[in-house]
Every structure is written in structure tokens, then in C-alpha cells.
Write a protein that binds this ligand. Structure first.
Ligand code: ADP
Length: 486
């Protein structure tokens, strides 16, 4: 086991108007997906009337929060980052236990949260507009950002720390107040994160946490609460239906949804350098990233070599308890994920040709899925089209670059893709030809830098972007000001 702090079992509470209140709904016992004999804590769901109180609190807090300077809001974000740094390992341990992400990766995710808070804290003192020459004499014309108001955040379980922070940090620095509903199976981590943020002394009602079910609390926030913005990350089906509601209510929204991301390997690729990022993109976090590599498209001239090198490299993908030192691949996060992945594995075993299947055994009773690489299906097969969200990658052989691009783009999704080549001409063509939001050369499909915009094309997003400066555009509205001083 990793040398990490012991985390006592915890019970969730809502954080509403600076007070901790227990939900009034059902209670769910959370078991560690790495070891189901361990109880991690209890989640108590909330009712719509509790979410309604949170919405009122966020409105009440708005007047003061948007009126203080960006610099002052930034100081709160710095304090949040410092508090998170203090509880870094404790939070990472809890999150690993709640959703099975290997501890090393989870620590990296908390580090990302700290970086995001500091990045957006500093936005409090950066330029928030442009001076635009006026056609008239003696007129100062300029733009400035105004907050939207109360924002609802609906977040998933696969990055239980980084995704909420990459939404709430820019939302807060822009002067909005927040209602946050985390995924049910990220709720222990969300609760713990808010107890850490409480140490930063945020004014009450600025950030409100409501633990609950998507269908109940998420629906209330989107359909009934007086919100001015919604930022959602999750499945495509939920995202599309929330977008419809927001469009009808004229609420600004962004939805980050699924992906079916591909790595394209050309004949001239350096396999020694290409395999580690391809394998990492496919199997880190048990393939449960929206940017995970699930399709591998290989040019025929290098195909046989690629398969041999892949089999060798896959021996490094060790399956194990998320808190075990050196564990590359933990369990999948939940029983739902486990059942879904077993269906895809069975489909691959029935209809595809297995290239690699791990022989790893764990002594733990958990939601372990052995990493699997398959081939021998056509590009319109379910395994090549549907987002599986687990440790399964499917390879297709193509005759040349043009066929690779056709297959790459022949999907509903457009989140991320990589090409592995040393041909500068092809690499640049790929960046143009791919109908993909995050396009990369000789790098894994997963992996996002917080200071750069993140988002997909086609059905992967609402065509907005998160993180970097793009997040400021989402969480604010631009006012155009003109002053006549003649
Ligand atoms: P996933 O398949 O990744 O769990 P979901 O779209 O089901 O994706 O969930 C992502 C987030 O959306 C979670 O916080 C979940 O509770 C919430 N959610 C699910 N269904 C709804 C819904 N009908 N309305 C609002 N939020 C929802």
C-alpha cells in the first residue's frame, strides 16, 4: 500500500449558506471499488427543498461577492489553494478509495486543482477588457466583464477534484456565486473538498454544495432554479437534454460530453517513444477519462511491428488496488461501470480478435477489469464507435494516411486525437484534417494543460471551451462601455 494517511469513514453533508446540513433523502453506503470489504463512508442524498434553499443562499451572497474587487476574490482563491495543499494527500487518499483511481494519479489531480485555483486567483488582477477606439471624438470606448450571476455546476465522478475546480475557480473569480451538484459517486470527495475550502474563509453562500441525484437535484437546478449559467460534464445523453432545457430558458450553458478518441500511428512512427503515451492514454485511470484513447488506427507498413511492441509494453500495465504502490491500473469506479465494461469485454471476446489480455490476478474483491486490446472489427462496429469508458482499446489497420483520417473522423464524437509520426508535413495536415477539439502530435490523447482551452467538436461539447482564458469568457458577459468627456 502507498504510504498515505488513514482516512476515517465520512458522511456527506451539504454546504449551504456556510452551514453544514445533512440531506433529507436516502443514504447510500460507499464501498471501496478496489476492495469491496472496505466501507469508505455514507452519502445522504438531498431533497429539492434543500437545493432551493441553496439557490436562495447563492442569490443572497451574490450582491456582496460581485461587488468586491477581483483582487479580493483572488485572495480567497489563493487561500483555497493553500488549504488544498495542506490536505493534499488526505483528499487524494479519500478520492482513490471512493472511485478507484490509483493514488499517484489522484495526487496529480489534486496538484492540478491547486494550480487551477492559483491560475484563476491571479486573473483577479489581470485585464478584464479592451480599449476600442471610438469613431467619435472625445469618447472613451472599452469593454469590461460582468459576472453572469448564480451558476450551477453539475460534475462527474471520473475527475472528482480537478473538474469541479476548473469550473468553480473561474466562476468565482468572475464574481459569480455557485451551486455545485457533484456526481453521486464523487460525493464523499466533494464533501471533503468543501470542508477544506471552508478553511479558506469564503463568505457564506458563495459556494454551495448539494449532494444528490442527477435526476432530482440536477433537474431542479436546471429546470427550476433561478440560475444564469450551467456548466456540465458527463454523458452525451444527459448533456444534450440539459442543453435543451437551458436553451429554452435562455440560460448560458456549456456541456462537456463523451469522446471516442483515437491514436493514429503512421509507418514512420518511433514505436519505442509512441507506445508509452498510447498505452497510458488508453489505460491510465482505467480508461475512464473523456480523453482516453479507445481507438488505435495503424498504417499497414508498421502494423506487425506495432502489435509486437504493444504486447511487450502492455506487460507494464499492472492491475492492482488503487492504493498499492506502483499500481498502473486500478478498478473501474462502480458496479454500473463494472457491468457495462463486462458487456463490452464479452462483445470483444465474441466478435473481435484479442491482441492482448492481461493475466494479472488481484487478491482483492473489487471492480477489476483486465486490460484488453482487440482488433478485427470494422470501423462501424460498436466497439469502434461507442464510448466504452474502460480499459479496452481497439486497433484497426489502414492502408494509408487518407484512410486513417476517414476512419478517425467517422464518429459522432470529436474530443481528442493524436498522431504518431516524424513527418512534419503529415503532422500539420493531421492538425487541420482531424475534426477534433484537442489535436496532438506524438503525445497521448489524454492530458490537458489548465492554461489552455479544453473542449471537443461534434457531439463532444456544446462548442464552448473550458479552462485557460476561455473559461473567463464563459463565466462572464462582456459590457461595452462608452464615456463622452468632451
Ligand atoms: P456518467 O455516465 O459519467 O455518470 P451522467 O451524465 O449520468 O454521466 O452524470 C454526470 C453528472 O450529471 C452527475 O453529476 C449526475 O448526477 C448528473 N445527472 C445525471 N442525470 C441528470 C439529469 N437528468 N439532470 C441533471 N443532472 C443529471
Amino acid at each position: 500500500m502507498a504510504n498515505s494517511p488513514i482516512v476515517a469513514q465520512i458522511e456527506t453533508k451539504n454546504w449551504i449558506d456556510g452551514e453544514w446540513t445533512k440531506g433529507k433523502g436516502n443514504t447510500i453506503t460507499v464501498k471501496n471499488p478496489s476492495d469491496l470489504s472496505e466501507t469508505v463512508g455514507e452519502i445522504t442524498l438531498s431533497t429539492v427543498d434543500q437545493a432551493s434553499i441553496a439557490a436562495d443562499a447563492a442569490h443572497a451572497a451574490l450582491t456582496t461577492w460581485k461587488d468586491i474587487t477581483g483582487n479580493e476574490r483572488g485572495q480567497y482563491l489563493y487561500a483555497m489553494a493553500n488549504a488544498l495543499e495542506k490536505h493534499h494527500e488526505e483528499l487524494a487518499t479519500l478520492a482513490s478509495k471512493e472511485m478507484g483511481k490509483p493514488f499517484g494519479e489522484m495526487k496529480g489531480e489534486v496538484t492540478r486543482g491547486i494550480q487551477l485555483l492559483r491560475y484563476y486567483a491571479s486573473e483577479g488582477v489581470r485585464s478584464d477588457g479592451d480599449v476600442i477606439p471610438s469613431a467619435a471624438k472625445n469618447v472613451l470606448q472599452y469593454t469590461k466583464r460582468a459576472p453572469l450571476g448564480v451558476i450551477a455546476l453539475i460534475t462527474p465522478w471520473n475527475f472528482p477534484v480537478a473538474i469541479p475546480i476548473w469550473k468553480l475557480a473561474p466562476a468565482l473569480i468572475c464574481g459569480n456565486t455557485v451551486l455545485w451538484k457533484p456526481a453521486e459517486n464523487g460525493s464523499l470527495t466533494a464533501y471533503k473538498l468543501c470542508t477544506i475550502f471552508e478553511e479558506a474563509g469564503l463568505p457564506k453562500g458563495v459556494l454551495n454544495l448539494i449532494i444528490g441525484k442527477g435526476r432530482e437535484i440536477g433537474t431542479f437546478l436546471t429546470e427550476k432554479a433561478d440560475i444564469k449559467g450551467l456548466s456540465f460534464t458527463g454523458s452525451t445523453s444527459t448533456g444534450l437534454s440539459l442543453a435543451e432545457v437551458c436553451a429554452k430558458r435562455n440560460i448560458k450553458y456549456q456541456t462537456e460530453m463523451g469522446g471516442k478518441n483515437a491514436a493514429v500511428v503512421l509507418n514512420d512512427a518511433d514505436l519505442q517513444k509512441s507506445l508509452p503515451p498510447i498505452i497510458s492514454g488508453a489505460f491510465r485511470s482505467a480508461g475512464q477519462k473523456c480523453t482516453a484513447t479507445s481507438r488505435i488506427i495503424v498504417e499497414e507498413g508498421i502494423y506487425d511491428q506495432f502489435i509486437d511492441a504493444l504486447k511487450e509494453e502492455m506487460e507494464n500495465v499492472k492491475l492492482g488496488h488503487a492504493l498499492e504502490a506502483g499500481s498502473y491500473l486500478g478498478p473501474v469506479a462502480s458496479l454500473e461501470q463494472f457491468k457495462k465494461m463486462n458487456r463490452y469485454i464479452a462483445l470483444a471476446q465474441k466478435e473481435a480478435e484479442i491482441v492482448y489480455e492481461s493475466k494479472d490476478q488481484t487478491t482483492y474483491d473489487g471492480y477489476y477489469i483486465k486490460p484488453l486490446v482487440a482488433t478485427g472489427v470494422s470501423s462501424n462496429h460498436a466497439l469502434f464507435q461507442e464510448e466504452t469508458f474502460g480499459p479496452l482499446a481497439v486497433i484497426i489497420k489502414v492502408k494509408d494516411y487518407d484512410e486513417a483520417i476517414d476512419i478517425l473522423n467517422d464518429t459522432d464524437y470529436g474530443l481528442s486525437a493524436s498522431i504518431f509520426t516524424n513527418d512534419l508535413h503529415r503532422a500539420h495536415r493531421f492538425l487541420d484534417d482531424a475534426e477534433i477539439g484537442m489535436v496532438r502530435v506524438n503525445q497521448e490523447t489524454a492530458g490537458v494543460e489548465y492554461q489552455a482551452p479544453f473542449g471537443g467538436m461534434k457531439q463532444s461539447s456544446s462548442h464552448t471551451r473550458e479552462q485557460g482564458q476561455a473559461a473567463l469568457d464563459f463565466y462572464s458577459i462582456i459590457k461595452t462601455c462608452a464615456v463622452h468627456y468632451g
